[in-house]
Ligand binder design. Structure first.
Ligand code: ATP
Ligand code: MG
Length: 339
């Protein structure tokens, strides 16, 4: 077995504003992995953003820059990490095509996210939405990334990435692509909607009240938490008491992740508390942690030319890693590159 240099890759789609689940489940971990000194590559996956619903071009452009600002405001350093948007590095789509020819329809048909997003009207979904996980495999494997920090909902796509890598290696008799590992850690790997504790919080949910956006002001955050759906019981004495209470569990998880502590510690502090006490405490904590990020984002958005410069520089550095991997892939496959 070839041993691969540890390398972290992950991405977020510039659909709408970043929400709390993206921050707690993904970006916060991105920053930690960067600060642990790993080689880190973080992408704004704009080509994935156009797979779902129609994206208004001006909004897509704005969301791309705003996501770059959110990355930087959350602590990603464009010098220590490579930050860029996917469409500026064509190696992703080139490798993505090869992986479309490796992945099997049967595998794609098992992807739960496609089913969720396409809904009842799958015939009307784009071909891009269906192929999305194969492009995601290319995003990761174009860098031979070994670790992918993601939220719980992306686990299946990282598993598909491993299947694609394994089939490619097997078909061509090589040991070229690594077995990538999903890193799903922390108290908030699956933040739920504030309106429905059985549904994941998402940027693209039509209900703005279902989520906290990183761009929300303090009053909006407090109001959304106050109105969050809960049951009438006080918080339980033990973590096990949260089991059949998805909304209560969600708020406790969010609190624990924001406070960088455990669910157990939160329950120990708030055992028996009513939501009338717990919700304001959670709102204060959320504002305390998110306000500095949102004000820094706003400051960075005053200079979009600088953001574009950072993304361009990141794209150049990303392509320097991806190009030799793509060239070698072409060679393995037998695609002639004579220039
Ligand atoms: P969309 O609705 O457009 O799919 P999204 O909110 O699901 O948006 P993505 O861009 O698909 O965001 O995902 C970015 C990262 O955030 C992924 O690592 C994903 O696993 C993580 N993530 C998304 N939603 C949550 C959530 N509710 N809790 C924890 N992590 C999440
Ligand atoms: Mg998503």
């Amino acid at each position: 077995m070839t041993s691969f240099t540890p390398r972290v890759f992950s991405g977020i789609q510039p659909t709408n504003h970043l929400q709390l689940g993206n921050y707690l489940g993904a970006v916060k971990r991105f920053v930690e992995m960067q600060d642990e000194g790993m080689e880190t590559i973080y992408c704004i996956v704009d080509l994935h953003a156009i797979t779902a619903s129609f994206q208004e071009p001006a909004r897509l452009r704005h969301a791309t820059r705003e996501l770059a600002a959110a990355y930087i405001a959350s602590g990603l350093d464009p010098k220590r990490s490579i930050l860029f948007n996917q469409s500026q590095v064509p190696q992703h789509t080139e490798l993505g095509w090869i992986f479309n020819c490796v992945a099997r329809l049967g595998w794609m048909n098992r992807m739960t996210q496609f089913k969720d997003k396409a809904g009842k009207n799958a015939e009307k979904a784009s071909l891009g939405l269906y192929a999305y996980p194969s492009l995601m495999a290319a995003d990761i494997l174009a860098y031979h990334a070994t670790h992918v920090p993601v939220g719980e909902d992306q686990k299946q796509h990282v598993e598909l990435t491993r299947d694609i890598a394994a089939k490619f290696n097997h078909d061509y008799g090589v040991d070229f692509f690594p077995e990538t590992e999903a890193i799903i850690e922390g108290a908030a790997t699956r933040v739920m909607s504030l309106r429905d504790g059985t549904k994941k919080m998402s940027k693209s949910d039509p209900s703005d009240a279902s989520r906290i956006n990183l761009t929300d002001d303090a009053d909006t955050i407090a109001k959304k938490i106050r109105k969050a759906k809960t049951d009438p019981e006080p918080l339980p004495e033990t973590v096990e008491g949260l089991e059949d209470r998805p909304e209560a569990r969600n708020l406790v998880n969010i609190y624990a992740a924001l406070a960088e502590t455990t669910r157990e510690a939160v329950i120990a502090e708030y055992a028996g508390a009513q939501f009338g006490t717990f919700k304001p405490a959670l709102a204060d904590l959320a504002v305390e942690k998110l306000a500095p990020i949102s004000s820094e984002m706003a400051r960075l958005m005053d200079d979009t030319a600088e953001i574009d410069r950072v993304l361009g520089d990141g794209a150049t550095r990303a392509a320097e890693i991806a190009e030799p991997i793509l060239a070698k892939t072409y060679d393995i496959v037998g695609l002639v590159r004579s220039r």
